[in-house]
Design a protein around this ligand. Sequence first.
Ligand code: SF4
Ligand code: SF4
Length: 410
Amino acid sequence: MAKRTPSIDTKNLTAVQLMELDSCTRCGECVKWCPTYAATDGKPGLAPRDKILRWRQYMNKSYGIKAKLFGPQEIPQSELEEFKDDVHSCTTCGICGTVCESGINTVELWEALRANLVKKGIGPYGKQNMFPKLIGQYHNPYLLDQKDRLAWVPDDVKIEDKSDLVYFTGCTAGYKQLTLAFATSRVLNKLGIKFAMLGEDEWCCGSALIRTGQAHVNGMVPLQVAKHNVEAIKKMGAKKVLFACAGCFRTAKIDWPRLLGEELPFEVVHITEFLEDLIKQGKIKWEKSIDKTITYHDPCHLGRHVGVYDAPRYVLSHIPGVKFVEMDRIKEFQRCCGAGGGVKAGIPDLAEGIAQSRVKDALETKADLLSSACPFCKRNLMDGRDSMKADIDVEDIIELVAQALGLKLD
Ligand code: SF4
Ligand code: SF4
C-alpha cells in the first residue's frame, strides 16, 4: 500500500511556533478579547484558541505517534478551506497575544499559518489575492499609476530634492486619503522642517502581502520591496524617515529589518513621535484652538505592534482647546478598528462590524471627535460610524494639528 503523505506541512512555521501550538493551556482568555469573535456573535472557529487547537490537531493527525505508526490521517480539503477562512478573518490586532498566559506570539503565528496555506494554494481570502499582482506590477495596491505618486502635492507645499528627513507617504495617503498627506506636508513646511520624498521610488511598503501570507506569491517578495525602498531612502541621504501611516510604520520598523537581516541605516519615526519631540522643545506655536472633546483610538500597528502609546496622547492633549478623554479600552488593551490583516479588503462587512464596536466605545465617552493616527483606522472607523448613523467626527491627529496651526486641508 502506498504511504499516505500528510495533508499539511510545517512550511513557514518556526520551531518556536510549533512549540507554541503545544503551549496553549486552553484557558480561553484570548477568546474574551478577540474583536472578530465578538463581532460575529461568537462564530465557532474564529476564536484564537480554537484556531490553535485545530492546527495542533492537524499536526497530531499528520505527525503524531499514531500518524508515525499507522500513517497520517487525512484532513479533508473542505476542512482546510474552512480553516483558511477563519485564519484570514483575523485582523492581526494582536490582543490575543497580549492577554495570552502562555505568551504565544499569535500575530506571527496567524501570519505563518496563512503563508503555509497560501503556499499550498489554499487562500488568501477574496480580493486579497490581487495584492501580489498589484504590488508587483504597480507598486501600489490600488491599480494606480506609479508616475502619479506625487500628483497629490499641492502648489503651496515645498519639497526638497534631497534631505536628511524623508516623508514616506504610503499608498493610502498618497492616492486615497489626500488630506492626510496635505496635513503632514503642510505641518512640516509650517514648522520650517525641510523634507524630501521618494516620488516614483516610493513603492508600497509590502504590508498587505506580509499580513495576508502572500510574501512569496508571483516572485514579488516583500524583501524586494524592502530592499528597493531602503536603497531609495539611502540614495536620498536620509537619516530619519517619517511615517503618518501606522501600517507602513510597523512594516518599516519591524518587517524591513527582519527581511533584510540587518538594522536599517536610518531612523523610522511616526509623525506623532516627531511632533511630541517638537512640542517638548517648544518649537510649535499653535494658532488656533480646537474646542472639542476628543478621544483617541490606538492603531494596532502603532500601539500593540510597536509600543507607541504616549506620543499621540501627548500631541492631542497639547492642542489648545482640546479636552482629551479616554475610552475604557486603551493602549495594549485597545479594541481593534477592524481594518487590519487584510480584513478590510477581504471581508469588508466584518471590518465594518468591528468598527461599530469601536465607535460605540468612543460614543460612551461623550467625545465630539474620535481621532486616530492611521489612514486605515480612520477609513474604517468612518465607515462604522456612517453605518450606525452615529454623531461623532473622525479625524487623524495630524489633521487636527494642521487645523490648530491654521493650515487648510484641501
Ligand atoms: S489577532 Fe485579534 S482578531 Fe486575530 S485572533 Fe487574535 S484577537 Fe482575534
Ligand atoms: S490565551 Fe493563550 S493559552 Fe489561553 S487559550 Fe488563548 S492561546 Fe491558549
